[in-house]
Design a protein around this ligand. Structure first.
Ligand code: ADP
Ligand code: MG
Length: 636
C-alpha cells in the first residue's frame, strides 16, 4: 500500500535530542527493551479485555496473545499484540509527547541516574527503550474503535517522526524494531528466548515466540497401536496464572512444590512456605519458601524474585525483604514497588518499609503456627530454620519479640527447649551465689568431652552452640535475658564456672598451697600461664588449663574482624589459667615426693595431661610427653 505522509512533526521535548542520551545511559541494561515492549503489549490486551467486560467494546476478542518474532535477514524484531490498538491521534498523545510529565526534569536528572530502570520508571520512557537497540522504530496499529483507520508511525531516533496511514488489517499493534549494528546479538533466537524467559515467564497474557514441534496421537496402525505425528504448535513461553496469583485454598502442597521446582530446578524440596497476600495498605502477593540449607556457601544461590504485575523486575530484593530473610526463596509481586528499583529510591519509599515489616511479621507468625501446631515437626526442622530464626532475632527487635517464644536451644543430648523451658530446667542447679543463672555451652562436644563430663557429674546441662552465628547469638541472649550468663564449658574449672556459696574445704595448708604453686610455675615457666590453687572436688582433674570466657570471646570476635577493644585483645598473646586442684591425691603426692627429679617429672606430666585434655599439646612437646609416659610405665 502506498502511503502518503499525513503528518510530519517533532517529538515534543524541550531539548535537542534525547535518544543519544537514552542510548548512552541505558546501554548496560539494554535487554529491558523487550520487557518494556512486551509489557506494553500485555497492557494493551488487558485494556481491550476490560473494555469488553465493561461493554464498551462489543466485537470478538479473539485469541488474545502477544507474539514476538525475529527476522534475521530483515534485521527486525517485531512485537505484535491484538490489544486495543491506537489511532493516529492516540499515537501523537501517548507516543510523541514522551515524558510529558517532565522532559526538562529528565534532562536535569539523567546525570544522576545510575541505571536504566531508574530513568525508565521515573520518566515513563518504557516505549523509548526500543531505541537502545534499534536505529529505527516503526508502529503499525489499528484501534478497536469503530471506523478507525490503521496508522503507521516511524522514527529514526532523532526527534523527527512521521505518521502515515498504516497497513494493519486487524485490531492491535505491531512494534517493529530495525535492530542497530551494535545490538545484533538480539537477532539471535536463543538470546531472545532467554530474555523472554527471564522477564516474561509469568506474564498474565500468553506470549508466543515462534513455533515448536509437538508429538501428538494420530490414530492407530493396522495392529491397533497408537500412531504419533509431529505437528507445529505455537511456542508459548509463559504461565499466565502462576500460583501466587491464586488463593491458597485452591492450591495443594504439590502445587507449591511444583512451582518451587519451576523456579529453581534441581533444588532440594523446601521445608515449608508462606503465601503472602495483602491488599491494604499496599498491594502484595507472593510465595516465600524456606530452603533446606546444606552448606553455608549455598546461601546466595537462589534469590527471591521481584515482580510487578507478573513482570519480572529483579532478583535484588535488598531493602524489600529484611536482611535476615534474604536466604529465603520465592517470588514477591507488588505493583506498589516502584519499577525503578534503585537503592536510594527504595530505601526512602514508605511502601517498601511497610512491605519489609509485613514480611517479617508473616514469617514470624508462620513459624509460631508451625511450632504450636506440630512441635515435633518444628523441632525436626530446627536444624534448617534455626539459623534464620537466630539471625532474625539478632537483627530485628520485633522479630525477636515473637521468636523468643519458639526459638529452641539444643543441648549435647540433642534435647530441645524453648528459652523459657530451658531457664526453668537449669535455674535450680545452675544459679551461682550471686543469683546469676549460668548456661554452659560447647561448640565442639568431642573436644570438650572431659569438661562436659565434669558438668554432667554435677547434673549441669551443656548446650550445643555450633552454628556459624552462635557466637553472636550467645552475646545477644546474655544481653536480653535477665541475670543470665553463658560460659563455654571449658572456660574454667567447673567449681568456678558456677560459683556456689558452700565451698569445698581445702586439704592443703596455706604453706603447701604456696609450695605447689611455685613447683608448677617453675615447671611451666611461661608468662602467659597463670597458676592458681583451687579447692575442688577430688573427682575433678588435678590440673586444668582454661581460657577466660571474656578473653576468648574478644579474641574470636577480633578474628572475625571486630575493631576497637576486640582488635586490642586480638593483638594480645593467648593467656591461660592453670588451676591446680588442691584436693586431688596427685597434688598431695607431688608435694610429698622427696626426689627432686621425680617431683619435676610428675609436675610436668600432670601439666601436660591438662594441655592434652584441651588439645593444646602438640609437636615436640607431645612427643616428649609420650616418651616420658612410656618410660614411667616401663619403670618397675
Ligand atoms: P507506560 O507503559 O508506562 O504508559 P510507555 O512509554 O511504555 O509508558 O508507553 C506509552 C504509552 O503508549 C502507553 O501508555 C500506551 O498508551 C501506548 N502504547 C504503547 N505500546 C502500546 C501498544 N502495544 N498498544 C497500545 N498502546 C500502546
Ligand atoms: Mg510501558
Amino acid at each position: 500500500m502506498e502511503s502518503t505522509v499525513q503528518e510530519k512533526g517533532t517529538i515534543s521535548i524541550h531539548t535537542e535530542n534525547i535518544f543519544p542520551i537514552i542510548k548512552k545511559f541505558l546501554y548496560s541494561d539494554n535487554e529491558i527493551f523487550l520487557r518494556e515492549l512486551v509489557s506494553n503489549a500485555v497492557d494493551a490486551i488487558q485494556k481491550i479485555k476490560r473494555l469488553s467486560s465493561l461493554g464498551t467494546f462489543n466485537g470478538e476478542l479473539g485469541d488474545l496473545k502477544v507474539q514476538v518474532s525475529v527476522d534475521p535477514e530483515a534485521r527486525t524484531i517485531t512485537i505484535s499484540d491484538n490489544g486495543l490498538g491506537m489511532t493516529a491521534e492516540e499515537i501523537k498523545k501517548y507516543i510523541n509527547q514522551i515524558a510529558f510529565s517532565g522532559a526538562t526534569e529528565f534532562m536535569e536528572k539523567f546525570k544522576e541516574a545510575k541505571d536504566a530502570n531508574e530513568i525508565i520508571g521515573k520518566f515513563g520512557l518504557g516505549f523509548y527503550s526500543a531505541f537502545m537497540v534499534a536505529d529505527k522504530v516503526e508502529i503499525q496499529t489499528l484501534s478497536y474503535q469503530e471506523g478507525a483507520v490503521p496508522a503507521r508511525w516511524i522514527c529514526d531516533g532523532s526527534t523527527e517522526f512521521e505518521i502515515t496511514e498504516g497497513n494493519r488489517i486487524s485490531r492491535g499493534t505491531d512494534i517493529i524494531l530495525h535492530v542497530n549494528a551494535e545490538s545484533e546479538e538480539f537477532l539471535e533466537e536463543h538470546k531472545l528466548q532467554v530474555i523472554l524467559d527471564k522477564y516474561g515467564k509469568f506474564l498474565p497474557i500468553p506470549i508466543q515466540f515462534g513455533l515448536k514441534t509437538e508429538r501428538v496421537e494420530d490414530g492407530e496402525d493396522e495392529e491397533g497401536k497408537t500412531k504419533y505425528k509431529e505437528v507445529e504448535v505455537p511456542n508459548i513461553i509463559n504461565t499466565t496464572h502462576p500460583i501466587w496469583t491464586k488463593s491458597p485454598t485452591d492450591l495443594t502442597d504439590q502445587d507449591y512444590l511444583n512451582f518451587y521446582n519451576e523456579l529453581y530446578p534441581f533444588s532440594e524440596e523446601p521445608l515449608f512456605w508462606i503465601h503472602l497476600n495483602v491488599d491494604y495498605p499496599f498491594n502484595l502477593t507472593g510465595v516465600l519458601y524456606f530452603p533446606r540449607i546444606k552448606k553455608e556457601m549455598e546461601f546466595q544461590r537462589n534469590k527471591i524474585k521481584l515482580y510487578s504485575r507478573q513482570v519480572f523486575i529483579t532478583d535484588e530484593v535488598k531493602d524489600i525483604v529484611p536482611e535476615f530473610l534474604m536466604l529465603l526463596h520465592g517470588v514477591i509481586d507488588s505493583p506498589d514497588i516502584p519499577l525503578n528499583v534503585s537503592r536510594s529510591f527504595l530505601q526512602a519509599d514508605s511502601n517498601v518499609k511497610k512491605i519489609n515489616s509485613y514480611i517479617t511479621k508473616k514469617v514470624a507468625d508462620k513459624l509460631s503456627e508451625l511450632f504450636k501446631n506440630d512441635r515435633k515437626a518444628f523441632e525436626q526442622k530446627w536444624n534448617d530454620i534455626g539459623l534464620f530464626v537466630k539471625y532474625g532475632m539478632l537483627s530485628d527487635e520485633k522479630f525477636y519479640e515473637k521468636a523468643k517464644d519458639y526459638a529452641l536451644l539444643e543441648n549435647t543430648r540433642n534435647e530441645r527447649f524453648t528459652l523459657e523451658e530451658y531457664r526453668n530446667k537449669v535455674a535450680p542447679l545452675q544459679t551461682d551465689k550471686n543469683g546469676t543463672v549460668v548456661y554452659l555451652y560447647t561448640a565442639e562436644p568431642e573436644k570438650h568431652d572431659g569438661f562436659i563430663q565434669s558438668a554432667t557429674r554435677k547434673e549441669y546441662d551443656v548446650l550445643l552452640m555450633d552454628s556459624p552465628i552462635d557466637n553472636h547469638f550467645i552475646s545477644h541472649l546474655e544481653h536480653k535475658l535477665e541475670k543470665t550468663s553463658l560460659k563455654r564449658v571449658d572456660a574454667d574449672v567447673i567449681g568456678k564456672l558456677i560459683e556456689k556459696e558452700e565451698a569445698i574445704p581445702a586439704v592443703l595448708t596455706e604453706e603447701e598451697s604456696a609450695q605447689i604453686k611455685t613447683l608448677f610455675e617453675t615447671s611451666i615457666a611461661q608468662p602467659n600461664m597463670q597458676v592458681s590453687v583451687e579447692s575442688l572436688s577430688p573427682d575433678e582433674m588435678p590440673v586444668t588449663v582454661t581460657m577466660d570466657e571474656f578473653m576468648r570471646r574478644m579474641k574470636e570476635m577480633s578474628k572475625m574482624g571486630g575493631g576497637g577493644m576486640m582488635g586490642f585483645y586480638g593483638t594480645m598473646p593467648d593467656s591461660y589459667k592453670v588451676s591446680l586442684n588442691g584436693n586431688h591425691p596427685l597434688i598431695s603426692r607431688i608435694l610429698k615426693t622427696e626426689d627432686a627429679t621425680e617431683q619435676a617429672t610428675l609436675t610436668k606430666q600432670a601439666f601436660d595431661l591438662a594441655l592434652l585434655a584441651q588439645g593444646m599439646l602438640t609437636g615436640a612437646e607431645l612427643t616428649e610427653f609420650v616418651k616420658r609416659s612410656v618410660q614411667s610405665l616401663n619403670r618397675d
